[in-house]
Design a protein around this ligand. Structure first.
Ligand SMILES: NC(=O)NCCC(=O)O
Ligand SMILES: [Zn+2]
Length: 572
């Protein structure tokens, strides 16, 4: 039984749950308009001009700025055991960094060891993720094939809010072609989205063996063993196999021009293939592998690798613009320099993975919008909306609309920041974008109605994030016609619109942010880790009880002196 709760007294239901973002340019994937946005209790309640709002509401002036849907990063690996070591970033540090960069939802990967139960691993990840500061969902990796795996996929889809499964064509937990065929068949059967890591594993393993035998042991061997065609061949093969069973397919981390071309060839005639590329692929290139410093070169090692062709980042950005690719992710999977050292003398032992959860939005803006390749609306599509649609979170997430979660970024296109490991919030001690100056910086990041980045000050709360179910049969994937009917009305029509009606078609978690209630115990005393009793949602609780969970980096700047009753104005 959950702890008894009481309604928040009226004097506590104060301005702290209310926020007005005024004078900004609201950008959605298909529209940009001058509109104010009123938020209450974690949800966008009104949009338009001359809104009538309650007194004491905090106002953020967004004049000259964009008001964007919070970023959705569909590919992260937090608290992940890989290459015999554990990632530097946990769900707490990773989501804190995500928020600092304008991302308000992540979708991480449940990653069973080969032979391990998918369900047991899923439960482990649900626990590990409880410290997340922003909302999160899960894909589940299929690292071996059996009847039990097939049954667990069904259970995960029908009972645990999972609608995507990732299969590997490389690593020692890869599936062979007939297993891929069966896994895709099962995804189709369940209305799930099949994802694939596309590289020809056996070929790259033989290449690596030959290179090592010839004495090529440094990080440059990583890319040499995994050239573009090894990626492109696997993309093509995955598309062919998926087509046999009519299964929609999502290719994760498309890293090369050849792989994108392979995807383009399969995209025609009713889209059933989708492509994601990475901030890393758009903001860095494979020339780094020849760097004389091992730490620098190894810091860039991920799979598939960055490409030595320095034209690749721009080409991939154009593919995002012309819809050959639909999404950007970080594939955030961080290892410190000391961890990367495991691969000194043998590049195959360098833990694979790079940073990006904090940097993705700024890098895509800089290389996309600032460079004149993406419009702001397309930026929104490839950093947020398309992920929401593909994983069936739209229009709850991925758009600024009445009824949507108040996951909002006030984006300053004129501010710049220079990325550095010395100042980033990611726990890792290296940043592949070191020294890159990006135009486009979040001034405010609002997560479920709470201002978590406030004029550049990070004020996150450990455990504030919610698990979001991703229901099967996403309309964008399985029935694009239905998606049209889910689209929220444009701003000029929304004063009285309510998308909840439409959103109910998308099965949401049981707790879609009801009127805040405050458990008695939480009013009285601080808790250690911010775990919420089931079924409750209270964006106020951090005001007076979660001092432990305020980001230590900014703790000193936080006044936790609000008396019950709160300030009469201000929103943290
Ligand atoms: N990409 C990478 O090198 N590391 C993360 C694991 C994966 O996505 O393959
Ligand atoms: Zn990954």
């Amino acid at each position: 039984m959950s702890a008894p709760v009481k309604k928040v007294p009226i004097h506590l239901q104060s301005s702290q749950n209310r926020l007005l973002i005024k004078n900004g340019k609201v950008v959605n994937e298909d529209d940009a308009s001058d509109a104010d946005v009123y938020v209450e209790d974690g949800v966008i309640k009104q949009m338009g001009k001359n809104l009538i709002i309650p007194g004491g509401t905090r106002t953020i002036d967004a004049r000259g700025k964009y008001v964007l849907p919070g970023g959705i990063d569909p590919h992260t690996h937090l608290d992940f055991q890989f290459f015999g070591t554990r990632t530097a970033d946990t769900f707490y540090s990773g989501t804190k960094a995500a928020i600092a960069g304008g991302t308000t939802t992540i979708i991480d990967f449940v990653f069973p060891e080969k032979g391990e139960s998918l369900l047991d691993t899923y439960y482990d990840y649900r626990q590990k993720a409880e410290g997340a500061c922003c909302d999160y969902g899960f894909h589940v990796c299929v690292t071996h094939w059996s009847d039990r795996v097939k049954q667990e996929m069904e259970l995960l889809t029908k009972e645990h809010g999972v609608n995507s499964f990732k299969m590997f064509m490389a690593y020692d937990f890869m599936l062979d072609d007939s297993e891929l065929y069966c896994a895709f068949e099962q995804c189709k059967q369940l209305g799930a989205l099949a994802q694939v890591h596309a590289e020809n594993g056996p070929v790259l393993t033989e290449n690596a063996r030959r290179l090592l035998a010839k004495g090529v042991t440094g990080p440059e061997g990583h890319e040499l063993s995994r050239p573009e065609e090894v990626e492109a061949e696997a993309v093509n093969r995955a598309c062919v196999i998926a087509k046999q069973v009519d299964c929609p397919l999502y290719v994760v981390h498309v890293m090369s021009k050849s792989a994108a071309e392979a995807l383009r060839r399969h995209a025609g005639g009713g889209r059933r293939t989708f492509g994601e590329t990475l901030a890393a692929a758009l903001g860095a290139d494979g020339s780094q592998y020849k760097h004389q410093c091992f730490h620098h070169a190894a810091g860039h090692v991920l799979s598939p690798p960055l490409r030595p062709d320095t034209g690749t980042p721009v080409a991939l950005m154009h593919h995002l613009a012309d819809d050959v690719l639909q999404l950007t992710a970080s594939d955030h999977c961080t290892f410190n320099k000391s961890q990367k050292e495991a691969g000194k003398g043998d590049f195959t032992k360098i833990p694979n993975g790079v940073n990006g959860v904090e940097d993705r939005m700024s890098v895509v803006w800089e290389k996309g919008v600032h460079a004149g390749i993406l419009t702001p609306s397309r930026f929104v599509a490839v950093t947020s909306t398309n992920a929401a649609k593909l994983f069936n979170l739209y229009p709850r997430k991925g758009c600024i609309a009445v009824g949507s979660d108040a996951d909002i970024v006030v984006w300053n296109p004129n501010a710049t920041r220079t990325i550095s490991a010395a100042t980033h919030h990611q726990a890792v001690d290296f940043n592949i974008f070191e020294g890159m100056t990006c135009h486009g910086v979040p001034d405010y990041v609002i997560v479920n109605g709470r201002v978590c980045l406030d004029e550049g000050q990070l004020r996150v709360v450990e455990g504030y994030g919610r698990f979001v179910e991703t229901p099967a049969y996403a309309p964008f994937v399985y029935n694009p016609d239905e998606l049209e009917s889910l689209k929220p009305a444009k701003v000029e029509h929304v004063e009285h619109a309510d998308v909840f009606q439409k959103m109910q078609k998308v099965k949401l978690a049981d707790d879609p942010c009801p009127t805040p209630t405050l458990p008695e115990s939480h009013v009285a005393a601080a808790t250690g880790r911010g775990h919420r009793p089931e079924g409750q949602r209270n964006i106020q609780e951090s005001t007076f009880c979660l001092t432990e969970e305020l980001d230590p980096d900014t703790k000193s700047s936080i006044r936790v002196t609000h008396p019950p009753g709160g300030r009469s104005s201000g929103f943290w």
